[in-house]
Write a protein that binds this ligand. Structure first.
Ligand SMILES: Nc1ncnc2c1ncn2[C@@H]1O[C@H](COP(=O)(O)OP(=O)(O)OP(=O)(O)O)[C@@H](O)[C@H]1O
Ligand SMILES: [Mg+2]
Length: 496
């Protein structure tokens, strides 16, 4: 611990300013943790832990709005006096240190109380961790690599938001810090990788992880039909052709499974087998048309459709895994990554609904899930103004959030913004009780629900947040044992 200055005039129980000793303005920076011995070194009434924010340098001789001798002197190239220069920081109290951890401070912080900078060996974060349910993140307080960040485990199912503009390090933070944290806390993780590029490529073969492509998941027949409709230009706009496809699709998953069995027995391509079956089926159907002219029109359309529609087009709809089988994979693994790349948005949202309906039913039946559902690009599922399928997914996320608190389901929603067009739906956002704010978009700084509304009460300047480097986040909310936000970061493992 190092003595750095004293509390200035005008302090309250929730706010104080420290006047720095001479020359310390060069080394003391914002976000450092300090200890105030309230009332003096001898017999202090309490020891108060706090964070430095809002630095201020003052030199009354150098007012830019009034004319003073020093200003005149400086105008002609002279060196103005530093004799009345004062440097100070505001201190946001985290709480008083007691036997049982950190307690809120209710007494006035006395002016003149000495302030100490906490150094590496002091590790003040340990002091916050006296409660029983604390676990530790593999992240540390900015500038102090050995001060790991404590987390209140009980609040994991109270849901988490991770925000930051593109490239601020959200996906990395989730991959390196949050998922291991959840696993440590006894939660299995399911990650929905919207484009299949942020998570899936990084987990190619680790034992405890499985990457599943969305195309391996069985679709309902409705979705298969609309996919084929899209691929065949609405079945050549011929009702006979449409009906033939439609009747083939009945019992689709069974047919796909058979194609796989035959394929492995005969060493052939399952898509090719299925394709031939469809062709044969359509063919047989059309030859049953009685009226000659209708039949020949249908045949012409058939030829045209199959000229464009090929066996390989079937692959995206040849999944046979159902959601139960998918979740069974978690029995022997810690993490399931869904690679959702390469399919249409509707298919992704459709999959999301079938996965979450299943989870919801399990919870309703009284099961404690112990699952963290990590949703990257969350505004795709719950935008500020949901349309079409998004209305259902938004509603579902709200319901999952409410029930999940009691049934040990964590939702971790990741978004580039907090509110408005780039943010998460407001009704959903209200259900998130822990937040990680990375570098923000200027649009998100001000206004209702923006970052500054969350953080300025704690002395964090929104301008500061516009400039955060990748991988640095303000950690705030229920999971944080500190009542005020902490700036945290981590070192990505080599080669990641
Ligand atoms: N802790 C860190 N230290 C240093 N660099 C980092 C750290 N975290 C992330 N980065 C860098 O930032 C880049 C972007 O990270 P990431 O892909 O996680 O951003 P993102 O916020 O998810 O962006 P997007 O919104 O576009 O998905 C990484 O490729 C990496 O180079
Ligand atoms: Mg990302």
């Amino acid at each position: 611990m190092k003595f750095i200055g004293r509390v200035a005039d005008g302090s309250t129980e929730t706010l104080a300013r420290v006047i720095l000793l001479k020359d310390l303005e060069r080394e003391i920076v914002a976000e450092e943790l300090v200890l105030i011995k309230n009332g003096g070194d001898e017999n202090p009434s309490s020891q108060l832990l706090g964070v430095l924010r809002g630095g201020l340098g003052k030199n009354e001789f150098l007012s830019h709005t009034s004319y003073r001798p020093d200003v005149a002197y400086m105008k002609y190239g002279g060196e103005p006096s530093g004799a009345r220069e004062v440097y100070s920081f505001s201190i946001r109290p985290i709480g008083i240190i007691t036997e049982d951890g950190i307690e809120p401070n209710l007494s006035i912080i006395q002016p003149r109380s000495p302030v100490y900078l906490l150094e590496e060996a002091d590790n003040p974060l340990q002091l916050m961790a006296r409660e029983e349910d604390i676990i530790w993140m593999e992240a540390h307080l900015e500038k102090h690599e050995s001060w790991r960040i404590p987390v209140r485990k009980t609040f994991i199912p109270y849901h988490v938001g991770v925000y930051g503009s593109t490239g601020s390090g959200k996906s990395w933070f989730t991959r390196h810090i949050l998922i291991p944290l959840y696993n440590n806390a006894g939660y299995k993780a399911v990650v929905l990788d919207w484009s299949g590029t942020d998570y899936a490529p990084h987990y190619e073969s680790p034992e405890k992880t499985e990457v599943v492509k969305i195309t391996d998941i069985a679709l309902d027949e409705e979705s298969v039909l609309s996919y084929l409709e899209d691929k065949t230009e609405n079945f050549g706009r011929n009702d006979y052709v449409r009906d033939s496809f439609g009747s083939f699709i009945e019992g689709w998953t069974g047919k796909v499974e058979n194609a796989f069995t035959t394929a492995s027995r005969e060493g052939r391509d399952p898509a090719e087998i299925l394709y031939r079956q469809i062709r044969a089926h359509v063919d047989a159907n059309l030859s049953g048309i009685k009226r000659e002219d209708w039949r020949s029109t249908a045949r012409r359309v058939e030829r045209r459709v199959f000229r464009r529609f090929k066996a390989r087009d079937l692959r995206p709809v040849m999944g046979v895994l159902n959601v139960e089988q998918l979740l069974q994979k978690l029995e022997s693994r810690d993490l399931l990554v869904m690679d959702m790349g390469g399919v249409l948005t509707e298919a992704k949202l459709g999959f999301f609904l079938s996965l979450t309906k299943h989870l919801y039913n399990l919870m309703e039946a009284g099961e404690n899930l112990r699952i963290a559902l990590v949703v990257d690009e969350a505004p795709q599922y719950a935008p500020w103004d949901p349309k079409g399928l998004q209305r259902e997914t938004t509603e579902m996320i709200k319901n999952l959030a409410a029930l999940g608190r009691k049934r040990m389901l964590n939702l971790t929603l990741i978004a580039q913004g907090i509110k408005g067009e780039i943010g998460i739906n407001a009704a959903v956002r209200r259900n998130l009780n822990t937040h990680f704010f990375g570098r923000i978009h200027p649009l998100d700084a001000g206004g209702e629900g923006g970052a500054s509304e969350w953080l300025s009460p704690y002395g964090i300047d929104p301008e500061h947040m516009l400039q955060l480097k990748a991988g640095k986040f303000y950690f705030t909310g229920a999971m944080n044992p500190s009542p005020i936000p902490l700036l945290i970061t981590y070192k990505p493992p080599e080669g990641s």
